[in-house]
Design a protein around this ligand. Structure first.
Ligand code: AMP
Length: 215
């Protein structure tokens, strides 16, 4: 089973993708995570992506399409994958269709996590994560028990994403509404669009997703 999680930045795609990985044996393919790794490693892709990501703009389509195409060919994706943060515009969606067809693959579900945009700035600017074990936190909704220390692994390597500041978040939200939202009618037309209430609790969203994927 191959699926796309669609939703504005901060809708909870990454968190839910991780839960679905465990439950359904799928692999999360987050273009944002892959690009951040490329920036950290200083690769050619990272050099192209760095400033665009810091400005909240999209990295060129051919870069992300190439990354996904290579990644999907890897052995661990044979049991199915969750696209998180890709595609982000119509050109990427069309490239994905062509790529899947060429590889003899298809999409079973495209799931929109619907959220009220008014809460997203607060959700995103408060979030941070453990650089060692990846556990996610939030200043208000999920603080650490001991200041500066990860509850899960005890590490003090807690980080905020560079693009999670208010100005960049506003650009990212604008890019989402201008470029990514048009994908909703695109997938609706193909009859594979589903929706879940991304404003519900994490567990309630997970339950809705389980129901869709188990049907
Ligand atoms: P994310 O972690 O999904 O919020 O992505 C962080 C940033 O990475 C975005 O603001 C873009 O600059 C870049 N990015 C991630 N995925 C894509 C994509 N599919 N197309 C273009 N840029 C992307």
């Amino acid at each position: 089973m191959n699926i796309i999680l669609l939703g504005a930045p901060g809708a909870g795609k990454g968190t839910q993708a991780k839960m679905l990985e465990d439950k359904f044996g799928l692999v999360q393919l987050s273009t944002g995570d892959m690009l951040r790794a490329a920036v950290a490693a200083g690769t050619e892709v990272g050099k192209v992506a760095k400033d665009l990501m810091e400005a909240g703009e999209l990295v060129p389509d051919e870069v992300v399409v190439g990354i996904i195409s290579d990644r999907v060919d890897e052995e661990d994706c044979k049991g199915g994958f969750i696209l998180d943060g890709f595609p982000r515009n119509t050109a990427q969606a069309e490239a994905l269709d062509a790529m899947l067809e060429e590889k003899g693959l298809s999409l079973q579900h495209v799931i929109e996590m619907k959220v009220n945009p008014d809460i997203l700035v607060e959700r995103i600017t408060g979030r941070f994560s453990c650089g060692d074990c990846g556990a996610g936190y939030h200043d208000i909704y999920k603080p650490v028990s001991k200041e500066g220390t990860c509850d899960e692994c005890g590490s003090t390597n807690l980080n905020r994403r560079k693009d999670d500041n208010e100005e960049t978040v506003r650009s990212r939200l604008e890019v989402y509404s201008n470029e990514t939202e048009p994908l909703l009618p695109y997938y609706q037309g193909k009859g594979i669009l589903r929706q879940v209430d991304g404003m519900a609790s994490m567990d309630a969203v997970a339950e809705e997703l389980n129901a869709i994927l188990s049907a």
